[in-house]
Design a protein around this ligand. Structure first.
Ligand SMILES: [Zn+2]
Length: 454
């Protein structure tokens, strides 16, 4: 429990880190800071107060929330021309020239330069002792505005030190997703070079290692140039052909023929591939280096799906309105017992549509076991408990190593029993991936299930 509490904190930090990184890098365009497209055009060149403020903010490394407050005050007292936020203030001093790639505006950040720049920000002692440095990458689409379809597809690199630092190696901006994989090529070229020759830094040569590319399922299919998970051959881990039952499902649960780096590169199952990907030029495992994203399938799909089936599913599995109310009131009663390290307070099932991933995670690992007991039908409760214990073992750094085989057995049971309890349609892609999740994480970093979170 204690370890898991620590991990909860880690998850929040990890998720925030990605978001903060996006918020703060120099030429970032952030929907939380900008209310419309016109904000992108904000220019204050020649506004000396704004330029001086930007320089002052940079020189004294003033926190952006403090600058936001100062700007608000200055605007109120006679300087309405100033920008509203620190992000806009700091960004506008820079001009960037983009090129067109993959049908989008494209900007490349040389990896070596960004790595040196990043390492310079860490304590000297920490970077002086470095012999090897791990990097992780993320690619995903980020919608920018509610009012238009404009989005970014950044390629982000995470330097896996403490604290983790994230920077972009490529930015794309357009009205649709990338039309091809050319936007990955510069990153792959840079990465190939530093993986082969290391990074020269302060008279040392640091060996670089790619820990993983972490993406959600659609982004992963895009960058690996494979069929999407909803396709008949969409499973990135095994070769079974899906079956269409109102939606794609994967009915086989045992003796799965697993994909390997060699089988991927040789494209031994052509139906799985759209074509080659620049990523296969890298010396990485084309299957294991792409861990299954934890947040989407575990928290936002399987856990959420179970709760929806109980509350709003078909007769026989659905619980009564009174039972829903009982679970909600139990959740609210637990509110005062939840430590502050949890990102969110507890909410009842009446707000289920608005629950965030971290709330489903909390329900799965902690509160669900308590609030469902004696309310949910016993066989459904035991089935949920199987899932809860399995994931609880995989996220615990001290329990995962001795018990990951047991966790695998529990997940196997969970998927097979789920088909029996909830029908064949239960075996959609995200449920199916629970059969692969243990191997995926024990291969990568035991106990770091939640670190592979987009
Ligand atoms: Zn599979």
């Amino acid at each position: 429990m204690e370890d898991n509490c620590h991990r909860e904190s880690d998850v929040s930090y990890h998720e925030d880190n990605f978001k903060e990184s996006l918020d703060s890098y120099e030429s970032g365009m952030d929907s939380t800071q900008m209310s419309s497209d016109s904000d992108l055009d904000f220019i204050f060149a020649g506004t000396s107060l704004a330029a001086d403020l930007a320089a002052w903010t940079s020189e004294f490394q003033v926190k952006h929330n403090a600058v936001d407050g100062l700007l608000k005050l200055l605007k109120k007292h006679g300087h309405p021309q100033l920008p509203s936020t620190a992000c806009i203030l700091m960004r506008t001093a820079r001009e960037v020239k983009t090129v067109e790639k993959s049908g989008m505006e494209y900007l490349h950040y040389p990896l070596k330069e960004k790595l040196v720049e990043t390492l310079d920000r860490y304590p000297v002692q920490l970077v002086t002792d470095l012999d090897t440095l791990e990097l992780s990458f993320n690619v995903d689409g980020l919608p920018l505005f509610k009012s238009s379809g404009k989005s970014m597809w950044p390629v982000l690199c995470a330097v896996m030190l403490s604290p983790v630092t994230i920077f972009p190696t490529a930015l794309t901006f357009g009205t649709k997703k990338p039309t091809d994989l050319a936007f990955l090529e510069d990153t792959v070229t840079d990465l190939t070079e530093v993986l082969a020759n290391g990074l020269d830094y302060r008279k040392k040569n640091i060996k670089l290692i790619v820990r993983c590319f972490v993406c959600d399922a659609p982004a992963k299919a895009l960058i690996k140039n494979t069929k999407c998970y909803s396709g008949y051959y969409g499973c990135e881990r095994c070769t079974q052909r899906g079956i269409w039952l109102k939606r794609g499902t994967y009915q086989e649960t045992a003796e799965l023929n697993l994909r390997t780096d060699a089988s991927f590169r040789a494209q031994t199952q052509p139906e799985h591939h759209h074509g080659p990907t620049p990523l296969s030029d890298l010396p990485i495992d084309m299957v294991q280096s792409f861990p299954i994203d934890y947040m989407h399938p575990v928290c936002l799909d399987v856990t959420k799906k179970l709760i929806f089936i109980w509350c709003r599913g078909e007769k026989g599995m659905r619980i009564s309105a009174g039972q829903v109310q009982e679970i909600s009131s139990r959740l609210l009663q637990l509110k005062s017992s939840i430590p502050s390290i949890f990102a969110r307070t507890l909410r009842g099932l009446d707000e289920l549509e608005r629950w965030k991933a971290t709330e489903f995670r909390q329900f799965l690992l902690y509160t669900g076991r308590l609030v469902l007991k004696g309310v949910l039908r016993e066989d459904l409760y035991n089935h949920f408990l199987t899932f809860s214990v399995a994931i609880g073992l995989l996220v615990c750094p001290t329990l995962v190593q001795p018990h990951h085989h047991y966790a695998q057995n529990l997940l196997q049971y969970f998927v097979e029993k789920g088909c029996e309890l909830y029908g064949a349609t239960f075996l959609v892609y995200n449920t199916h991936t629970m059969l692969h999740v243990n191997r995926c994480y024990s291969f990568q970093r035991p106990g770091q299930l939640q670190c592979f979170c987009v």
